[in-house]
Ligand binder design. Structure first.
Ligand SMILES: Nc1nc2c(ncn2[C@@H]2O[C@H](COP(=O)(O)OP(=O)(O)OP(=O)(O)O)[C@@H](O)[C@H]2O)c(=O)[nH]1
Ligand SMILES: [Mg+2]
Length: 222
């Protein structure tokens, strides 16, 4: 809520980014390397290559997801406590794209100063960064339709950024519940491709994600 409040004050309409020559060639990556941690938007390096960012509520599993899809347990720091990622952490993947793990939104217990800084960092990044290839938007499969998430979806839609929705922690639900929640998420938050149901406890999730990621990029970049 707090983040979205700040975002609304500064909202601008997304102007289509340059398509990024590498995007169509993206398949499952092999190598990942930490680049840098960015606390304020003006400290981002000059855009170079296509970037994908991870956006979602605090503790939804963004950093765990990044580690899992890259098969690297120690790349991004994860924690049971919300607010672990407090900067935009940049990772170079396979030398052809950059992934940005953003701080989470909706963490009520963070200090006023930190909430402000995270909100501004996320907002500035999504509105201004020229080389965003897409937003990987993560929501908890058990809590589809939370107000903060609905607000984030509306805000992202307003910017016109390409969004791929991933439902995290699917191991916490039965198969029947997973299907129900995935359908609900698809109805509430329609996107270019179906939502991806994910769990870091299910190795099969990884392959499904990369398959959809490839389809998503091919749709857009051919
Ligand atoms: N059961 C289960 N737990 C998960 C899954 N993904 C993440 N978690 C747990 O969720 C907690 C938060 O994970 P993080 O990856 O740190 O979440 P985050 O979204 O990066 O959090 P912030 O950086 O604080 O915004 C950790 O205890 C993870 O082990 C999942 O698929 N299944
Ligand atoms: Mg994190």
């Amino acid at each position: 809520m707090y983040m979205i409040y700040l975002m609304k004050k500064t909202q601008t309409i997304y102007k289509p980014r340059k398509s990024g020559a590498a995007a169509g060639k993206i398949i499952q990556p092999g190598e990942a390397q930490f680049l840098m941690s960015v606390p304020h938007y003006n400290q981002f390096p000059k855009p170079s290559g296509i970037e994908y960012c991870l956006l979602g509520r605090s503790n939804v599993g963004k950093s765990s997801f990044l580690n899992h899809i890259l098969e690297n347990k120690t790349l991004a720091r994860v924690s049971k406590t919300p607010g672990k990622t407090n900067c935009a952490n940049m990772y170079r993947i396979n030398n052809n794209m950059i992934w940005v793990d953003l701080p989470g939104y909706g963490y009520a217990k963070a200090s006023h100063y930190e909430k402000n800084r995270w909100s501004k960092l996320i907002s500035d990044y999504c509105r201004k960064r020229e080389n965003i290839g897409g937003v990987i938007w993560l929501t908890d499969i058990r809590h589809v339709g939370l107000r903060t998430d609905s607000e984030a979806y509306e805000w992202l839609s307003g910017l016109g950024l390409p969004v791929m929705q991933v439902l995290t922690k699917s191991d916490k639900l039965s198969q029947r519940e997973r299907v129900k929640q995935a359908n609900r998420a698809g109805e509430l938050f329609p996107g270019e491709i179906p939502v991806v149901v994910y769990s870091i406890r299910r190795p099969g999730s990884r392959g499904q994600f990369w398959k959809q990621f490839k389809i998503w990029n091919e749709k857009r970049y051919g």
